[in-house]
Design a protein around this ligand. Sequence first.
Ligand code: OAD
Ligand code: ZN
Length: 237
Amino acid sequence: MKNITILTGAGISADSGLATFRDNDGLWNNHKVEDVATYDGFKSNKKLVYDFYNNLRSEAKNYKPNEAHVALSRLESEYKDGKVTIITQNVDDFHRLAGSKNVIHMHGELNKARCEYCLNVFDVDGDFDESTKCEKCGKDHVLRPHIVWFGEMPLYMALIDEVLNNTDLFVAIGTSGVVYPAAGFIARIKQIGKAKAVELNLKKSETNGLFDKYLEGKAKTTVPAFVDKVLEGKDLF
Ligand code: OAD
Ligand code: ZN
């Protein structure tokens, strides 16, 4: 049994056309992070924050999963030696659209709203704002984007630690390695001492030195080739 855990970041969706956070033209473009990605920003200008995520949600509809997402979905369905888990920092739903089932959205999901009153999380297709009612408790003025903002606790951390503990191969794809706790997963993997680790990126991340192997290039090219190698049972190191 050899379990594979894949951490994905904005770089995997870059090949679908979605801008990354820290490369040029990042998503924060024209907006200060404090304004659109913190709870204080939300409290001080709710309309701006609702509009920002409504726009992002409708813009994301123009894009679709690329070869890298599809390859990871193929890995999950064809790999027989253990479990494949994707931990994604991305809030788009490209992994699911590509067919992946075992996906942990640690930074939330763009296509979901969360009720601050009853904590219900539910799918949203179009826009929502303070006038929109919670599907469960029926209140208005209670919904927020189901996005983990700076200073907030990422989701599913206990589950993630369990997954990391049971990982034999850790693969980080298209993430800059600067936003914690995700950036610390590779150190955790090394601490546990069980898994080998591979980084796939366009350029070396901040944590590159901790990986056993590095594959450089665009995700849409490197990921399908890497998945083929894993499925063929070839030696990766
Ligand atoms: P970043 O924007 O920080 O980093 C993008 C990474 O993708 C960089 O390492 C690039 O080298 C790499 N990259 C760019 N294009 C690529 C391509 N075509 N193929 C492969 N790699 C490519 O994005 P993240 O690391 O995902 O948090 O950022 C982490 C978190 O920071 C995000 O989840 C977001 C942000 O704050 C929240 O929204 C909570
Ligand atoms: Zn509610």
